[in-house]
Structures are given as structure tokens and as C-alpha cells.
Design a protein around this ligand. Structure first.
Ligand code: MG
Length: 158
């Protein structure tokens, strides 16, 4: 078994879609990024790559490459699932912690888990989601950014 860790943060900008965990959440601002800014999937991608010893999302899909501009992050996750699978790994579980002052995210967890479990061919109970504010501290607390921490456990299929 192998453990992996990932983290991502993106600044918030008014008037763009907020995409987290593969779903669009109604909010007046969204994560500004080269891709769709889905910090949950980006953190998760890095956790999976980390556990498999395969580098990080920036190496695979460099933001300097126009090919990845405005790309749905679901694509990155699907590619990384392929990669870890051919390297002999399967996912045991995933734990995600989103840090956002607003909006309240718990009402969207069921849909996010469903979406992520569909992409990764997992049972919903293999994916756990948590959310917290940053107690009004720093850029996250001032609603200028959203961040996500991810850990995952991979087990060998061989
Ligand atoms: Mg990112």
C-alpha cells in the first residue's frame, strides 16, 4: 500500500463559474485558473500521483502549454487514473478537505462524491469530503481563495 498527499489553492474572481469536485456550484465568484480551477480535483490528482511515485500534475499537464487551457479537470483525473492503473495500482480510499469561507459546501458533498466516484470507478464510501472555513484568517478567510488538501491510499493490484 502507498499513501499520497496533495494540495491546491486558487484565487477567487467574481463572475466566473465555481467548479469543485467535478460539479458547478452556484456562487458569485469562482476559481481563477488556466484550467477550470477545480482545486479539489487538482489536489486529488497530486495525491494519486504522489502515492504512485509518478510526479505531479504540473509535470503532466504544464500550465505553460495552451493545450490545457480551460480544460475540464475531469480529463486530468481520468488520465491519471489510467496512469496509476497501468502502473499496477488501485485506489483504496480518498479523503478530501476543502477550505472555503463561502459558500457552505456540505449540501454539495453527495453530488461531488457521486461525480468523483463515477470518474474513478469507486464506491461513494471510498471518498470522504470535509469542508471548513479559515476562521476569517488570510486570503481564504477573506474569500479571496479556496484551497483543498487531499490524501489517498493506493493498493497494489499485482
Ligand atoms: Mg490548480
Amino acid at each position: 500500500m502507498r499513501i499520497g498527499f496533495g494540495y491546491d489553492i486558487h484565487p477567487l474572481e467574481d463572475g466566473i463559474p465555481l467548479v469543485l469536485g467535478g460539479i458547478t456550484i452556484p456562487h458569485f465568484s469562482g476559481c481563477k485558473a488556466h484550467s477550470d480551477g477545480d482545486v479539489v480535483i487538482h489536489a486529488l490528482c497530486d495525491a494519486l500521483l504522489g502515492a504512485a511515485g509518478l510526479g505531479d500534475i504540473g509535470q503532466l499537464f504544464p500550465s505553460s502549454d495552451p493545450k490545457w487551457k480551460n480544460r475540464n479537470s475531469r480529463y486530468f483525473l481520468e488520465e491519471i487514473l489510467q496512469l496509476i492503473t497501468v502502473n499496477g495500482w488501485e485506489i483504496a480510499n480518498i479523503d478530501l478537505l476543502i477550505q472555503a469561507e463561502k459558500p457552505v459546501l456540505n449540501p454539495y458533498f453527495k453530488e461531488m462524491r457521486h461525480q468523483l466516484s463515477q470518474i474513478l470507478n469507486l464506491q461513494s464510501n471510498q471518498i470522504n469530503l470535509k469542508a471548513g472555513t479559515n476562521e476569517k484568517l488570510g486570503p481564504i478567510g477573506q474569500e479571496k481563495a479556496i484551497a483543498c488538501y487531499a490524501v489517498c491510499l493506493l493498493q497494489s493490484r499485482l
